[in-house]
Design a protein around this ligand. Structure first.
Ligand SMILES: Nc1ncnc2c1ncn2[C@@H]1O[C@H](COP(=O)(O)OP(=O)(O)OP(=O)(O)O)[C@@H](O)[C@H]1O
Ligand SMILES: [Mg+2]
Length: 365
């Protein structure tokens, strides 16, 4: 007999086969998502891929051409149905989050709140404390720094306890160092409040840092979704790999389900004989073989065979150095990332190995 499955909680937000066209062009094309309470899903993708359009339909400021949106099981958008934004229990935070300039911090945060005054003020105080701005209530927005304004905007969006929080590049107006702190604070608060979050960003670092799940978009479609670890480490195609970091490509030809390269042979099952194959590797997984340098190839199962290249240029980036090589075997360029300072002179010949377990194999297009 089969044991009863524990019932999973219904997702807070369900986006079901959503689509939207402008002038006959599909800008959002069959997008589906589920976000549970307290979870953050990042819509990640290049400019113009349809992230904001998706978010605007969830918010209710734009209407889908097809598909449905449900919040806590209730349909808020679908064929013949459109619940206006103010009745969807969604909070919004955008890059140009414009606080009301003529209202104080307290009045800004209290803006969307209903109920008696004492209860509203309790909620305002609670939130200002949460964003560490207690004592700022009487100030006006122009008296606050960018980071402080951002935290007021967060408090304002959260005040009515929205079920779903929609954030469109909310941190991109802040300078780098401020941003990390505010991201973490924001995440803590959203988790505490049990809000389902959809965060739009075109920065992979931000998505990796914030997301429980990343939905990678391209041309209006979600091409891959999953936990940051999975999306980074098992990209669906070369472009998905390249979206997260620079990549190196070693071109080969599959024969008998094997592709021979100067770094050793790779299994390429499912590829026809003669099919061009791209072996893709991130710069941090290309290793300089200092131990056996110049003493010739010495294959290992994990690292394969070293191949030699001569340094084109080396740059120091602080945490790492990037060294570009012209490879002896075919004149192609490969870039290795080396921790710390390593700045070999152009023309220096070194041996490189690749972490075979970190390579991705794709059919060449
Ligand atoms: N109201 C509209 N009318 C016509 N075209 C639109 C409209 N809104 C968006 N588009 C087009 O749809 C495409 C997707 O736009 P969207 O704003 O969703 O992109 P995005 O992924 O948010 O990009 P970015 O990272 O630059 O903000 C773009 O090509 C845009 O020009
Ligand atoms: Mg956008």
């Amino acid at each position: 007999m089969q044991a009863a499955q524990p019932r999973l909680p219904e997702p807070r937000l369900i986006v079901d086969h959503l689509s939207r066209s402008f002038g006959g062009r599909a800008v959002v094309d069959d997008v589906s998502l589920e976000v549970a309470a307290g979870q953050v899903t990042c819509l990640l993708g290049p400019s113009g891929c349809g992230k904001s359009t998706t978010l605007r339909m969830i918010a209710g400021v734009d209407r889908p051409d097809g598909g449905r949106i449900l919040i806590d099981g209730a349909e808020v958008a679908g064929p013949g149905r459109h619940v206006p934004p103010e009745h969807r229990s969604v909070g919004l935070m955008f890059q140009d989050f414009a606080l009301f300039p003529h209202l104080t911090v307290t009045e800004n945060v209290a803006f969307g709140l209903k109920g008696d005054r004492a209860a509203r003020m309790r909620r305002v105080d609670e939130l200002l404390e949460r964003v560490t701005l207690s004592g700022f209530g009487a100030k006006h927005p122009h008296q606050l720094s960018g980071g402080e304004q951002q935290r007021v905007a967060l408090a304002r969006a959260l005040a009515p306890r929205p079920k779903v929080m929609l954030m469109d590049e909310p941190f991109s107006g802040l300078d780098n160092r401020l941003r990390d702190g505010i991201r973490d604070t924001t995440l803590d608060i959203l988790k505490d409040e049990g809000t389902a979050v959809v965060l739009v960003t075109h920065e992979p670092d931000e998505a990796m840092r914030m997301a429980d799940e990343i939905a990678l978009m391209r041309g209006g479609r979600i091409v891959q979704s999953g936990a940051p670890y999975n999306v980074y480490n098992t990209p669906v195609d070369k472009a998905a790999a390249a979206f997260f970091s620079d990549i190196n490509v070693i071109r080969g030809t599959s024969r008998g389900a094997l592709t021979e390269t100067p770094f050793g042979a790779f299994l390429t099952p499912g590829q026809e004989d003669g099919a061009a194959v791209d072996i893709v590797i991130r710069p941090q997984h290309l290793k300089i073989d200092f131990d056996r340098a110049g003493r010739g190839p010495n294959p290992t199962p994990q690292e394969g065979t070293p191949a030699s290249g001569s340094v084109i240029r080396a740059r120091y980036l602080g945490r790492e150095s990037l060294v570009e090589f012209r490879m002896a075997f075919d004149g192609s360029t490969l870039t290795a990332s080396v921790p710390g300072v390593f700045l070999p002179k152009p023309g220096t010949v070194l041996w490189l190995m690749i972490r075979r377990d970190r390579c991705f194999v794709f059919p060449a297009k």
